[in-house]
Design a protein. Structure first.
Length: 287
């Protein structure tokens, strides 16, 4: 005679929720620790007493020569195309649908059906912010500020266009509502775009930390019951592809703004709008 499983008490469920709260915090701390570690390695071995370390917002450089990051190669489509394909198949394929239903049911059994932790709405932008700002924490970037801004704007424009277009075409119903805009996950695409940008710009160490943050955000979309498993897989693919598109188009933007022919000074100033308590940035480029 088999024993009946002991039902979980509210205290056990609360403890699991508290553990999950630590996941994005730990991932963010890993990214910051990596940035600080790399920054320390770049400091002078014997700084003088009069040395002042500053974080400039003015960027004056000669545009660097093109590198392999800008060259379109078909093999660089393999990973994002595979993720997008698997995600799209999961919309209608019976076997994949069974898998995503089992994942959702497993989370319900483990954590309960009433669970909400919406920090992913804000943390999704962390990799993009780190892509712009890590250079000012001492982590050496491959490109000047103006080019990083051009890449991030192009990447997110491509990502937004693709994700919104596919949502409209696929018309998959969300797991928590009747809205039919589930595939692909926009939050996941946003975070993976930033993670791939960091990997290309700052190297595999910082990129690995950024990908850990992006994976945490993808999990949070499942945790909050906002997306199916195939949605976050497809979103990751669109994010990686969008970041690579941003770098592939950078040589065209260099020629358009004549960055490859002369030096330029770029200044970025934070802006606050008291009317709606919003923040932004203003950029000036002097050729």
């Amino acid at each position: 005679m088999s024993a009946k499983p002991t039902p979980e008490t509210p205290s056990n469920t609360t403890a699991k929720h508290h553990l999950l709260l630590l996941v994005p915090v730990v991932l963010f701390q890993l990214l910051v620790n990596q940035a600080v570690a790399i920054a320390v390695d770049t400091l002078p071995v014997e700084p003088s007493a009069d040395t002042i370390v500053a974080l400039p917002l003015v960027d004056t450089v000669i545009a660097p020569a093109p590198t392999a990051d800008y060259q379109f190669r078909a093999k660089r489509l393999i990973l994002p195309a595979a993720l997008i394909t698997v995600g799209a198949i999961g919309v209608k394929n019976d076997w994949v649908c069974d898998v995503k239903l089992n994942v959702r049911d497993g989370l319900d059994d483990w954590l309960g059906s009433e669970r909400k932790l919406r920090i992913d709405d804000q943390v999704q932008y962390l990799p993009a912010a780190a892509f712009i700002g890590l250079d000012y924490l001492g982590v050496k970037a491959k490109h000047p500020l103006r080019e990083r801004i051009a890449v991030v704007v192009t990447s997110y424009a491509a990502m937004g266009t693709m994700v919104r277009g596919v949502k409209w075409v696929i018309n998959e119903e969300r797991p928590d509502s009747r809205k039919k805009n589930s595939f692909p996950s926009g939050h996941t695409a946003t975070s993976f775009t930033g993670a791939e940008l960091i990997r290309i710009e700052y190297g595999p160490a910082a990129g690995g930390c950024a990908y850990a943050v992006a994976a945490g955000i993808a999990f949070m979309r499942l945790y909050n019951d906002r997306h199916w498993l195939n949605d976050v897989v497809g979103g990751a693919g669109f994010g990686i592809l969008s970041a690579r598109v941003g770098y592939w188009l950078l040589p065209i933007e260099r020629r358009l703004f004549k960055w490859d022919k002369s030096s330029a000074t770029t200044a970025v100033v934070p802006v606050f709008n008291p009317a709606d308590n919003s923040f932004g940035m203003a950029m000036t480029v002097v050729f």
